[in-house]
Write a protein that binds this ligand. Structure first.
Ligand code: GLP
Length: 233
């Protein structure tokens, strides 16, 4: 699954690069699911792409991860930016956000506005929450939602497996995700089966935000056997 995802990312980015001949705007999940994919990109696929031609934009972030090094900014720096030698990354750096006017709520709006003004997402790699969330767009998030500060649902708090348990986060909105040129949705494990089934089989509904992504028709869904178990009728 991870190998397929890594190969697909490289092939898609090469195609987009040949087509557009400019920096590509890429959004990558900070969840646990793509860790192996990122490791493969940084080893077996390192020389298959000019990673300097990629501008990484952070997808989402915990407002208060409790302890240092539990946030997605740190994770993306360690697993993606540094190993791939990327020189352009727009990350939601905690110190900068907290020092800036308007805190997290303004920071995520500015972050999303910059991404949209630059032309939006070329490629996004998503995970999926057990409740069907996309980024931190929790159930109830419609297709037009924008980047914002959100309260996390109980299931998302539990899935975070962090102490202290985070309660708030910021996320890019559904609109910018749904306008991406290409998306990949990656899921593994039985606990994701119901969300994957709701996303893939539809109908598209705010109850399962990931279902809106499948509805666009511009997403490749890559799942392991257990996450796919709800797709078998
Ligand atoms: C997290 C993130 C998402 C991620 C999803 C799945 O909370 N907000 O961006 O895709 O939930 O995470 P994991 O891959 O760790 O299961």
């Amino acid at each position: 699954m991870s190998r397929l995802a890594a190969r697909r990312i490289v092939l898609k980015l090469r195609a987009l690069s040949a087509l557009h001949r400019r920096k590509l705007r890429v959004v990558l999940s900070g969840g646990r699911t793509p860790v192996r994919t990122y490791q493969l990109l940084a080893t077996e696929y390192l020389t298959d792409l000019d990673w300097d031609a990629v501008h990484l934009y952070q997808m989402d972030e915990y407002v208060d991860p409790g302890r240092p090094k539990q946030d997605f900014c740190y994770f993306l720096t360690e697993f993606v930016v540094r190993p791939l030698g990327m020189r352009t990354a727009s990350l939601l750096d905690r110190t900068t956000v907290q020092a800036g006017a308007g805190g997290w709520a303004q920071a995520i709006r500015r972050h999303e506005r910059r991404l949209v003004e630059a032309g939006g997402i070329d490629l996004a790699l998503h995970g999926i929450g057990t409740n069907g969330h996309l980024g931190f767009n929790e159930p109830g998030s419609g297709p037009h939602t924008e980047g914002r500060l959100v309260s996390l649902s109980d299931s998302t708090r539990q899935s975070a497996r962090m102490a202290p348990v985070p309660t708030e986060a910021v996320t890019l909105g559904m609109r910018v995700f749904l306008n991406a040129k290409e998306s990949i949705l990656l899921a593994s494990g039985r606990e994701k089966a119901a969300a994957v089934a709701a996303a893939v089989l539809g109908p598209a509904s705010d109850d399962c935000p990931a279902s809106w992504l499948c509805w666009t028709g511009r997403v490749t869904v890559i799942v392991d056997d257990t996450a796919a178990s709800g797709l078998v009728r």
